[in-house]
Write a protein that binds this ligand. Structure first.
Ligand code: BG6
Length: 517
């Protein structure tokens, strides 16, 4: 079918929610490959619905779900309605849903067959674009297993759907993990480059859009008082913690291939690490920020593979209790092999070898089925050089700590010592806490990335070099662990616990404060 795209005047428009001014994107359609899948139901549909409710979607807009599952539009809408009710319960209402659902469409689709991208996608998109007047702007969101990325990208190109046109852009959004090692990531980057330009590629990591994570950049570079302290002279060590209470849920097929290092470290934790350690960018623009993050990745010391136990600890959850409820071991989860060697927990000690950070360890830890869901970055400052009241105090005093709380209770806290009133001489750590309170403008991470992609803003997305640099560091580590981990060592932590003992020892042996969850 010939493409006749209607021209719609594109004007930036803003909407004020609370104290936030948010730009409304120009007209667009979002084609979701994996439109029936887990990510679409858990994150994308609830986020799109909430954006719709807050009137933050473009006026001219529709969603086109594409997936292998053969269902009619009615059934598709019913499934998505359930997903939205579960994912956005506070915002759901029948009227809002009916309005949103009128712009949802679906086609069952075999991603492997090139011709179907014309008959089942292009030919269906064109009339919808006419109807909704989306000005030819298309976002192809690949919410599919990483093994399918290449086929879809190549077939989009073959069908003539990848090139920029005068009348509209095609963008492609790639979910993590981007490849499964350095080679596959490079290969995928080459395929993308052959079909799209870098400006059209949005490699997503929703952690970069979390409010506290974004705030770290502002906090560091908009406040003069911390920058002089932000280095090896004053910082003893840094910790990044991402602890989940959730287990693998129904994602065993993916997780058994990935494990915690591919799932959480390669992108999420390394992005947070880069924002903590990077130099001030020359300008606040996507490329400048990305350049500085890449310098951090390039400065990270490779893991000494012969002495891994000094730098890395891994674990897998056994059965236990979460919030008083019994939960099964990882190996008992549906779809997981009974002798699975896949780690669900990792802790790492990392050194960033540059002028600012030489000698300062960065401790990263993340795991599933832990005692408490907690995500934070803590900067542990050095102890005072001489404690003149040492003789008078019963306990040693804790050095200052600056904590960026990503979840829960988003905010920033600084602990320092204060004297307690009384006749005995007594110091106690006092927290100074700033809670972020965004009211209704507290969009979640997926809402921000969806908005930014529609606005063509690549700040929160990863450039080609970032994914290759992180894989360069992690591929030898993962391969070594895969080759040497005896399945018999797992499970080594109970669900609902603090994680494996090996991780605690890794921290404590290095004189790093083990912060309980
Ligand atoms: C995803 C991982 O990228 O992030 C999941 O694949 C993990 O395993 C999730 O549960 C955590 O995201 P959030 O936003 O809930 O911290």
């Amino acid at each position: 079918m010939a493409e006749t795209v209607q021209h719609v005047e594109i004007r930036p428009a803003f909407r004020t929610i609370g104290t936030c001014e948010i730009e409304i994107p120009p007209p667009a359609c979002i084609v979701i490959f994996g439109g029936f899948g887990d990510l679409t139901r858990r994150k994308l549909m609830p986020s799109l619905y909430r954006l719709h409710k807050q009137k933050l979607l473009p006026e001219h807009f529709f969603v086109f779900g594409a997936d292998r599952v053969k269902v009619e539009r009615d059934q598709y809408l019913e499934t998505m309605r359930t997903a939205v009710k579960e994912g956005a319960p506070a915002d759901y209402d029948e009227e809002g849903w009916a309005d949103f659902a009128s712009s949802l469409h679906y086609a069952s689709f075999d991603f492997d067959i090139a011709e179907t991208y014309v008959s089942n996608l292009k030919d269906k998109l064109v009339p919808l674009e006419g109807k909704y007047q989306t000005a030819g702007n298309r976002i192809f969101y690949l919410a599919i297993p990483p093994t399918a990325f290449e086929t879809v990208v190549l077939n989009l190109d073959k069908a003539g759907l990848s090139k920029m046109r005068k009348s509209g852009y095609p963008y492609v959004v790639i979910e993590k993990p981007f490849g499964r090692d350095l080679e596959s990531a490079k290969h995928l980057n080459r395929i993308l480059q052959a079909c799209f330009s870098e400006k059209q590629v949005f490699r997503i990591d929703h952690y970069t859009a979390k409010e506290t994570v974004q705030n770290m950049l502002m906090f560091r570079f908009a406040n003069a008082i911390f920058e002089p302290l932000w280095n090896r002279n004053y910082v003893d060590h840094v910790q990044v913690t991402v602890a989940e209470t959730l287990g693998v849920e129904h994602r065993a097929a993916y997780y058994e291939e990935a494990g915690v290092i591919r799932d959480m470290f390669q992108s999420h934790l390394f992005q947070v690490l880069a924002l903590t350690a990077m130099e001030p960018p020359v300008t606040f623009e996507a490329d400048a920020v990305s350049d500085e993050k890449n310098k951090v990745f390039r400065s990270i010391r490779p893991f000494p593979l012969e002495r891994l136990a000094e730098f890395v600890a891994i674990g897998q959850y056994g059965k236990g209790e979460i919030d008083g409820e019994p939960v099964p071991a990882y190996r008992e989860e549906p779809g997981v092999s009974a002798a699975s060697p896949i780690p669900t927990y990792a802790a790492m000690k990392i050194f960033v070898d540059n002028w600012r950070w030489t000698g300062v360890p960065f401790y990263l830890r993340s795991g599933k089925r832990l005692k408490r869901a907690r995500q934070e970055v803590s900067i542990h400052f050095k102890a005072v050089p001489h404690l003149m009241f040492a003789d008078m105090l019963e306990n040693s005093i804790e050095p200052n700590t600056l904590i960026f709380r990503v979840h829960p209770d988003e905010g920033i806290g600084l602990t320092f010592q204060t004297k307690k009133p009384g006749t005995r001489f007594c110091l106690s750590p006092g927290p100074m806490v700033m809670n972020f309170s965004f009211g209704s403008a507290g969009l979640d991470a997926y809402e921000w990335v969806l908005l930014d992609c529609m606005l063509g803003d690549q700040m929160l997305f990863l450039r080609e070099e970032a994914v290759e640099q992180t894989w360069r560091l992690l591929t030898p580590l993962i391969e070594k662990l895969e080759a040497t981990t005896e399945a018999g060592i797992f499970p080594n932590y109970a669900s609902g616990s603090e994680g494996p003992e090996e991780a605690k020892q890794l921290f404590e042996k290095s004189d790093c404060t083990w912060m309980p969850l």
